[in-house]
Design a protein around this ligand. Structure first.
Ligand code: FAD
Length: 360
């Protein structure tokens, strides 16, 4: 370990949209902070997603505080455009991002936090964890029993149809990722899409009606579906694990494209092949797990977690560890908390106010 310890008032861990927007507020106040990020280039979380991905939120709702997304309000940005926007955002506000630094331990010594990354050591009074909720693939344990000549991929590894073998594809998980990937693959492969339907947004993305009702939907998601309202708490419980309603792909699109939509879940493996809960076995050569992500906070050596690994917090403030904050968590304060257009708004509320109050 190097002998040098770098000291800051605040360390932000993670330099995606959540970390950068936190940095924006601290920069506006002239605070002393650094953003540590594991990736080589700002925006890499977006760059690494599949080639054809476009955001499901239009440009109007895909901007961070202080800098709207540079596109007409109802254009759906491509994922690389989003990555470039984040890079431009960090440059525009001169945010102090140190790249290629993966934090491997966060602990406390007395009233200071100690952050280590390999042989580097940092200390601060405050830490903001902004490492994102879409990092560690969640794949069912039975996946390892699949026949070895079936190609398995998690949605985070899927890039394009040519990665797959010839033959049928089972897409497991019918949320936004599953539906979009199934639709794309249906042009080159027979596709089965298994899993519960998470519901669909009521309008067709990009249509005139959609543009008219989008502000209302955004209002409901950001101001009504919050942790402070009974309807918000109910929605949070339902959406956790099931994802948001389908934004762009409709069930009719899947049907028209020839995707076989199976509402039964994939529950195991029989004779090396995927087994559905209705007893069917699918003879496919590819399985794509669109089964979401799980938190991975194994590097945080502080007693702040529920049994399921989720941090215990009040709208991002960890009450039991003064000076520790989370940003960008799923439903941290509202249904939009982990979305680009929601994460900045979230911070104007509790975490950033609490953090700035500590820095006074
Ligand atoms: P990330 O973008 O994941 O950034 C986290 C950063 O932390 C990364 O740069 C990573 O390198 C770094 N990091 C992680 N661990 C460490 C560590 N230990 N030390 C240092 N650095 C670390 N939202 C929308 O609003 N609109 C959309 O259209 C949309 N589409 C999505 C499509 C997909 C397929 C997915 C998965 C999500 C989508 N989201 C969308 C949700 C969300 O906006 C994105 O996941 C977004 O990338 C989350 O931003 P973040 O800053 O919280 O996390």
């Amino acid at each position: 370990m190097s002998n040098t310890t770098f000291s800051y008032d605040t360390i932000i861990i993670g330099g995606g949209q959540a970390g950068l927007s936190t940095g924006y507020y601290l920069q506006q106040q002239g605070r002393d902070f650094v953003i540590l990020d594991a990736s080589e280039r700002i925006g890499d979380a977006w760059r690494k997603r599949w080639d054809s991905l476009r955001l499901f939120t239009p440009a109007r709702y895909s901007g961070l505080p202080g800098m709207p997304f540079p596109a007409p309000a109802y254009v759906y940005p491509a994922k690389d455009e989003m990555a470039d926007y984040l890079e431009a955002y960090a440059a525009c506000f001169k945010l102090p991002v140190q790249r290629g630094i993966r934090v491997d331990r966060l602990s406390r010594q007395g009233d200071r936090f100690v952050v280590t990354a390999g042989d580097r050591r940092f200390e601060s009074e405050n830490v903001v964890v902004a490492t994102g909720g879409y990092y560690c693939p969640r794949i069912p344990a039975f996946a390892t029993k699949l026949n070895p000549d079936i190609m398995p991929l998690h949605s985070s590894e899927y890039q394009r149809p040519s990665q797959l073998q010839e033959g049928g594809v089972l897409v497991v998980g019918a949320g936004n990722s599953g539906a979009e990937i199934a639709l794309e693959l249906s042009r080159s492969h027979p596709v089965w899409l298994s899993g519960r339907h998470p519901g669909s947004e009521p309008t067709r993305a990009g249509s005139l009606v959609d543009r008219l009702v989008a502000p209302l939907i955004w209002f409901v998601f950001s101001k009504v579906m919050t942790v402070n309202t009974p309807i918000g708490r109910k929605a949070a419980a339902q959406l956790r694990g099931h994802g948001l309603p389908l934004a762009r792909v409709k069930l009719a699109d899947l049907q028209a494209a020839g995707v076989e939509r199976i509402h039964a879940r994939t529950v195991g493996v029989r004779d090396g092949l995927p087994l559905l809960e209705d007893g069917r076995i699918l003879d496919v050569t590819n399985v794509i797990w669109c089964t979401g992500f799980r938190p991975d906070y194994g590097w945080i050596a502080l007693p702040i977690f529920e049994d399921d690994g989720e941090p215990i917090h009040e709208r991002g403030v960890v009450v039991t560890e003064p000076g520790l904050y989370f940003v960008g968590l799923f439903f941290q304060s509202a249904a939009t908390s982990s979305l680009v257009g929601g994460v900045g708004r979230d911070q104007r509320t509790l975490p950033i106010r609490s953090l700035l109050a500590r820095l006074l």
